[in-house]
Design a protein. Structure first.
Length: 382
């Protein structure tokens, strides 16, 4: 979405108090970054990334990360803060944001939280249960258990120690199952018990005025944008980027960094074509080959190597497109829930009453608005 770079023709919104905190929430590929740059140029805002993929160093193309030149001109907090082998919990994110908001206000700026990771926004707006962070030793024990006996064994164990979580989680939800087992082994308390404890949202700070702004554009327009952005990623060398990461780091397919949309599909493609990068001594080839099903085609045996690779490449691109559209669909669903918007209410700019639905709770003192275009959000923020 093209936004005017001439910000001099607009007056900054006097309704945004100095203690404001602005959340600009929108689906992937909807134009959040362009608006963030324009707002930064006004001199009134400081940018805080709300993106669980941009936190990783060296993952640039597949995350649509701003270039080094752009980051120098438009500095973002919480970009390039950890390595691919590291984990970054939601609780760590909330703590970092709390610190950064105070720093922005001390600098006389309004923090602009911009990104599409709805889990992060939910933690800020709805609060976190006081589930303790996993101990590194416990995490390593559970991961070794998973590798030795499989996720089904952990899932069965979860049924014994935490029937509530067992019923709620799908049997193949590796990340959440292992997390639930970790919490129980560490605390001797089921994670479902922890999750029932009272939550405290950062957005409830009485000394701050939070503005929760959603932009939910027309879906066909967004789907076109997603396809165009993926084309750019393929042309810019996403596959080459992933190969380079495998050459440099002892990655595994279950790392949070390697579950990012786009990267996951490239890993699967590289396994299907039996890429030699998996012969690197620091990689456990068996883990990658067991994580993905072998490409099957009734006609594959009669195809040349080039044709087989072309088929696998096309399937990779189709899967990445589907996964990105599904991500956008989940983002739309979350935004409607957190704003309590009916599915047919997205014509024009909408002011949503603060409320709660299906476990989501919004502070009634928060300013909550929904728009269909970035231009409408820009008009509100100027």
């Amino acid at each position: 979405m093209q936004l005017s770079s001439d910000s001099s023709s607009y007056r900054l919104n006097a309704n945004l108090a100095d203690n404001s905190v602005v959340c600009l929430m929108a689906p992937t590929a909807s134009g959040k970054t362009a608006l963030a740059y324009e707002l930064y140029n006004t001199g009134r805002y400081e940018l805080i990334s709300v993106d669980s993929a941009l936190i990783y160093r060296d993952m640039n193309i597949g995350t649509a990360k701003p270039t080094a030149i752009e980051l120098a001109r438009y500095p973002h907090h919480l970009v390039d803060i950890i390595d691919l082998m590291q984990s970054y919990s939601v609780a760590e994110f909330v703590n970092d944001v709390a610190r950064l908001i105070d720093s922005c206000h001390e600098n006389g700026k309004i923090p602009l939280l911009v990104g599409g990771t709805m889990m992060y926004y939910m933690a800020l707006l709805d609060g976190l249960s006081p589930v303790p962070d996993s101990d590194d030793g416990v995490r390593a024990r559970v991961e070794q258990w998973r590798q030795d006996e499989g996720i089904s064994v952990l899932y069965d164990y979860l049924g014994e120690i935490d029937p509530i979580s067992h019923e709620r989680l799908h049997a193949t939800d590796t990340q959440r199952i292992t997390r639930a087992v970790e919490v129980y082994l560490q605390t001797d308390t089921p994670i479902s018990d922890w999750q029932r404890k009272p939550k405290q949202a950062l957005a409830n700070n009485p000394n701050q005025q939070w503005h929760a702004l959603t932009v939910m554009p027309d879906r066909p327009w967004l789907h076109t944008r997603i396809e165009q952005r993926l084309d750019i990623m393929w042309n810019d060398g996403l596959v080459t980027e992933v190969i380079g990461l495998l050459e440099r780091y002892p990655l595994t397919p279950n790392l949070p960094s390697m579950r990012c949309v786009g990267y996951r599909q490239v890993l699967e493609y590289l396994v299907h074509i039996d890429h030699p990068v998996f012969e690197q001594l620091h990689l456990d080839k068996a883990q990658f080959y067991s994580a993905f099903e072998v490409l099957q085609s009734s006609d594959q045996s009669s195809l040349s190597d080039d044709a087989t690779q072309a088929l696998a490449c096309q399937q990779m691109q189709n899967k990445a497109l589907y996964a990105t559209r599904q991500l956008a669909k989940r983002q739309y669903t979350w935004l409607r829930k957190v704003m309590k918007l009916p599915s047919n209410s997205m014509d024009g700019a909408i002011a949503a009453e603060t409320s709660s639905e299906e476990g989501y709770s919004i502070d009634r003192d928060m300013v909550v608005k929904a728009f269909t275009t970035m231009a409408q959000a820009r008009d509100y923020l100027y």
